[in-house]
Ligand binder design. Structure first.
Ligand code: XCC
Ligand code: SF4
Length: 648
């Protein structure tokens, strides 16, 4: 393709393409065109700008930038490390503050103060109680749940010692963290210390700053985020596979459409109930609609997809495009990745944009504050507003694109799927990695970024990995991208390499597993820890033939996830826009070679997705070699081998 044409390509999603044409015709501004109007600041992009005090802001530019300092004397390395560390802290705060609110809702539910919420997953409650050291005996469910919530809240604020979930990591990893002083305390403590250390004139040793960035990320990965996942499973159920569809085609012309967007499932779960309420449906029919249709964007969408099968209308770059269909009667947003540009687009349509979090308002939106003490009532109020807005639609245009998908693979379900109810275990997975049918594991996670052709990197990487026998787990907007492009169905087996295909056929699973939202990347950590524990693949996450990939990252949360995976021992590759510390040679080396030496994982950035695939496969092969499982074995069909084993 000629270079000029290539440059103009914005997305590989046909539904998005259709909406972009519509936007252009109507003169409506979206992220896809604003990205051309706002050039990225090159100094900020490479981490060479410091604005932590009013003696500056100081910019280190020019050929001799490595020799320059800010007014205070800070070097480029300190500036780059500080900026990066603050981004990691912000990412950790977002995931963990989400987790804290879930703990507060669980507490209220246990105390009978949050009507509409209940303990949906008792076995998981017991498991989490055990992990948090909460007595079970023959206590009432509510009592256990209240204590679990209180213990979880203490974990967020743990001042000393170590966050309890750190004990879920492989033993060798825990020892390494302890030796390096990386074992995290509570996430609140680590984030505050990160902010303190990066205040002007405090920590001014790049490596030392980056150590605290790792510790902060770990307090989220093995703390706040993992608690968010676990407590949500207790309240809303641990996901099991279910069918759904993805892309703008899930919106319905003859029904009231409510799109939920953001991250927290507390309200959206209740919106699912309200949208299925008979009275509400009757009301919708009276207003001329055939029913009420709920769909989602981003991770709140992933949450209710995983547990309720509610279809995603798209990933983060679809938020404005959904409104352009003209059929979104209400868009409900909570926190994170819900952009201000929505208000302008919504004002050009009949769509009512509703903000709901006490933490987030958008000028021009209606604010209906969420309160878990009266969630069903608030949910009904929102659904009613959507119904009442149905008749205000003008011109409508829904792209006819959506793909079938299977989602809902929790780590609990993966164990069950592999071993059955009585022998639930990761053994078959480990065995198939050892015998080479599965070459390795990859988590493909994270966002879209309008500076990258939407979904292109994600889809290229996922397809290439499964073709090369790598079993892929997806979360966040990469999961939605995989769903939109048809990669989350069992039929995707046909695209997998022979070995992976055999395993998928035997188990009946797709080669790309949707593990949930962004906080659910903690499920990936759990899978990796359990695979290590199962045995035969080394003693630590850093021994595994596994990689983490974020093909189209855009936000601080993505960086934080990347860093906690690295600090847990994983090789992590970021795609799309360049490294936020590329300005400093020293910091770039610290997060790659330096971290590899220190914690066995490293963080690298490559614009080209094929380079990422090659790096990932090379890493997987190197780990296989180190484990001495790289020698080709005689190939026998899966069931033949089983029969052989049975006859012994
Ligand atoms: Fe946001 Fe979680 Fe990124 Fe998507 S993937 S753009 S963070 S919604 Ni986490
Ligand atoms: Fe400049 Fe130092 Fe202030 Fe940063 S902390 S803005 S480098 S004077």
């Amino acid at each position: 393709m000629p270079e000029k044409q290539e440059k103009q390509k914005k997305t590989i999603d046909p539904a998005a393409l259709e909406m972009l044409k519509k936007a252009e015709k109507a003169g409506i501004s979206t992220m896809f065109n604003r990205v051309d109007e706002v050039k990225p600041c090159p100094i900020g992009a490479e981490g060479s700008c410091c604005r932590v005090c009013a003696m500056g802001p100081c910019r280190m530019t020019g050929k001799d930038k490595e020799q320059k300092t800010g007014v205070c004397g800070a070097t480029l390395d300190t500036v780059a490390a500080r900026g990066f560390a603050r981004q990691v802290a912000a990412g950790a705060s977002a995931h963990s503050d989400h987790g804290r609110d879930v703990a507060l809702t669980l507490l209220a539910a246990a105390r009978g103060e949050a009507p509409g919420y209940e303990i949906k997953d008792f076995p998981k409650l017991l498991k989490v109680a055990e992990l948090l050291g909460v007595k079970v005996d023959d206590r009432k469910t509510e009592e256990i749940a209240a204590d679990v919530a209180l213990r979880a809240l203490e974990e967020f604020g743990r001042q000393t010692g170590e966050v309890m979930y750190a004990s879920r990591a492989p033993k060798k990893r825990q020892e390494l963290w302890a030796k390096l002083g990386l074992t995290p305390r509570g996430v609140d403590r680590e984030i505050v210390e990160m902010m303190h250390r990066t205040h002007a004139g405090t920590d001014q040793d790049a490596e030392h700053i980056l150590d605290q960035a790792m510790r902060t990320s770990l307090s989220s990965g093995w703390g706040g985020s993992m608690l968010a996942t676990d407590l949500q499973d207790i309240l809303f159920g641990t996901p099991i596979p279910l069918r759904s569809k993805a892309n703008l085609g899930v919106l319905k012309k003859d029904q009231v459409n409510i799109v939920v967007h953001g991250h927290e499932p507390t309200l959206s779960e209740k919106l699912v109930d309200a949208a299925q309420d008979k009275e509400m449906i009757e009301h919708a029919k009276k207003k001329g609609a055939k029913g009420i249709n709920l769909a989602g964007i981003c991770c709140t969408s992933n949450e209710i997809l995983m547990r309720r099968g509610i279809p995603p209308a798209g990933n983060v770059l679809h938020q404005e495009l959904a409104i352009l269909t003209g059929v979104v009667d209400v868009m409900v947003v909570d926190v994170q990745c819900t952009f201000q540009g929505l208000a302008k687009v919504a004002s050009q349509y009949h769509t009512e944009l509703i903000t709901t979090s006490p933490k987030a308002k958008i000028l021009g939106a209606t604010h209906i504050e969420f309160d878990h003490h009266r969630a069903p009532e608030i949910a009904k109020e929102i659904v009613k507003r959507a119904i009442d807005n149905f008749s205000n639609r003008k011109e409508v245009h829904i792209p006819k694109f959506s793909n079938n998908l299977i989602a809902g693979f929790s780590h609990e379900y993966i164990r069950y799927m592999l071993g059955g109810i009585h022998r639930a275990s990761f053994r078959p997975l480990n065995d198939n990695i050892i015998n080479g049918r599965i070459r390795g594991l990859a988590g493909v996670v994270g966002c879209n970024n309008p500076r990258v052709v939407q979904d292109e990197n994600i889809i290229h990487i996922v397809r290439e990995l499964i073709k090369n026998d790598v079993l892929v787990a997806v979360t966040g907007c990469s999961a939605t991208a995989s769903g939109k492009h048809g990669l989350l169905t069992p039929e995707t087996m046909e695209l997998a390499g022979d070995g992976l295909k055999e395993v998928c056929e035997a188990v009946g699973m797709p080669p790309v597993l949707h593990l949930g939202s962004c906080v659910d990347n903690s499920r990936i950590l759990t899978v990796l820890a359990e695979v290590v524990e199962e045995g035969g693949l080394g003693e630590d996450i850093s021994d595994l033939p596994a990689v983490g990939i974020c093909p189209e990252w855009y936000c601080e949360k993505a960086l934080e996830i990347g860093v906690y995976c690295v600090a847990s021992g994983a090789y992590v590759l970021f795609g799309g826009v360049s490294s936020p510390v590329s300005g400093s040679q020293v910091v770039s080396e610290l997060i790659t070679k330096g971290w590899e030496k220190k914690v066995g994982g490293k963080l690298e950035f490559y614009a080209d997705p094929q380079t990422i695939v090659e790096k990932a496969l090379a890493h997987i092969d190197a780990k296989r070699k180190a484990l001495k499982i790289d020698v080709a074995k005689e190939r026998v069909l899966y069931d033949m081998e089983m029969r052989r084993e049975l006859s012994v």
